[in-house]
Design a binder for this molecule. Sequence first.
Ligand code: PLP
Length: 442
Amino acid sequence: MTTPVYDFVKNYASQNKERLHMPGHKGNGTLGVEKYDITEIGGADSLYEASGIIAESEKNASEFFGCKTFYSTEGSSQCIRAMVYLACVNRKNKNRRPLILAGRNAHKTFLTAAAMLDCDVEWLCPESGESYLSCTVHPEKLSQKLAATTPDAVYITSPNYLGNISDIKKLAQVCHRFGVPLMVDNAHGAYLKFLPESLHPIDLGADICCDSAHKTLSVLTGGAYLHISDTAPESYANQAKNALAMFGSTSPSYLILQSLDLANQEIENCKSRIAQLAENVKKAKETFAANGFGLCGNEPLKITVCPKPTGYTGYEFADYCGSKGFVCEFADSDYVVFMFSLNNGLHAPQKLAESVSNITKKAPLSSAAPDFHLPEKAVSIREAALSPCVTIPVEESEGRILAVPTVGCPPAVPIAACGEIIDRQTIERFLYYGITECTVVR
Ligand SMILES: Cc1ncc(COP(=O)(O)O)c(C=O)c1O
């Protein structure tokens, strides 16, 4: 696998030419990476009009993923905005407002994209007793919804933050039966392509998806892919670069581009080690279970433990893990999420499990997250998000219209959506997740 972007920059850096171009550090600085941080000089190509080394690198990635793959240097966030844009501008019925049917556990970027593009959203909600971060979408439920409404796309988050992978194959079949494109936020799942049997959404029938390469591969923060399958409307691939450019900086990072470029080489040879790591994650999950922990999710490289049966909240158990030298990805009252990649080493999962699962057990905690319920909608997402607003204590927000998707990051999954009326149950959910202020329409 060639690495044209990396090779070009390395060669340029070795020449020590006088840099009379941006960036202002001119290749020198304390970080040590400045010499590789270039701009669109001659020969360096240009991300959104790629025809040279970046196009060649994207072609390498496309061959690997078996679809049309485009680079993003601004995360899945940029790709999500591009996906919503593509659904809106390619809608079949231009006489009505754009509409997307989406799993309610969507990342907040989906909401801000809907606000920017004035897109309506109909929600597929979590089942009773299910975490608001989870929201399993069953094919039958989707089928019933699509029989009653005709959205411009279906939008699913899989894997979700807690490590649940949806049945993308069946969901894609349902979408295609109704002639609706399936979009997947696969931010957490770039590595799914490299399992012995690929679980990548594009291989399972999704029409378009985004992967945060930086979340699970050896890629610098910000590096992501927008993948478009041959099953997607033709215009999606034709308009993909424009869609990404619409939401991206005109100065994309060449450090990130080199990192994406190098990842093509790395991923070519990682399959057997990924399989081994997944096997070790499975064994570590068994160790946690044998020590009384609950477990959540079926993602092969993520461990989500539920520590309440052992007498600790997620926050407390995350602190304990930190004191033992293990820093988790995310914790809330109920869950602690650990993410693994090959860079942790193959034995990291078992090391974690053996070091922390023998914590002194206490009486189980019975507290549970308030059940999800869908608040009443007052105005469109865009109207609420673009209205004059004010930040107030959550306790005083009953009856007000939420303006900004108030949520901590991670997990950045909104508890209520912009335009919804905050009711007593929503307030309880805000407080349960430690959110004490929210921004409402003035
Ligand atoms: C499910 C999900 N989607 C999208 C994003 C945004 O991805 P990025 O940080 O690559 O912009 C995140 C970030 O954490 C996420 O968890």
